[in-house]
Write a protein that binds this ligand. Sequence first.
Ligand code: FES
Length: 193
Amino acid sequence: MGEKRDDSTDGWQRREVAKAALGVGGVSAALALAAPATGLTKVLSRAFTGEVYTEGTYLVDENGERIRPTALEFGEQITVFPETHPGVEDAPTLLVRYEESAYGSPTELAFTVNGYAAYSKVCTHAGCMVSETEDDGTFVCPCHFAKFDPTKGAEVTGGPAPRALPQLPITLSSDGFLMATENFEGPIGPGGE
Ligand code: FES
């Protein structure tokens, strides 16, 4: 299955590590000192339940460009962000695209559009960024190797994560871009059960 290289991850991590060190963003954060596969990896120390997306928030790529429904082929994925939201504007989100028929429970199909589904990128185990992907599209967290199935609601399929990555309800805006219809359907990061 094809995979679109996500060049934003390292740059995002560098920016977020710098922000964490400065205490910017209002999100409690600490640095991961041992992230075997990726080096520096931001860690959220607790679940974040504040609003990241609200109704009508556009999804944007690492360059701030809004996402057209033709952005990804089926089987590809990228990291996207809420266009504007003070304090947590860089909150990372995994955007994937599959044929509608590829999705199964507990994916909330009402939260998908044109084959796109979106999930928080923050691991529910200890808050590292879920920045790796296996050939079959499975998300892998590089810190302790939790695995999540993006076609089944990002449910846990391996490793120590206690719960799925929360899904973001998305739709198409009237001007033809992907946007959120509300915030993530659960808390971001570790804890929050
Ligand atoms: S932080 Fe992701 S598996 Fe531990």
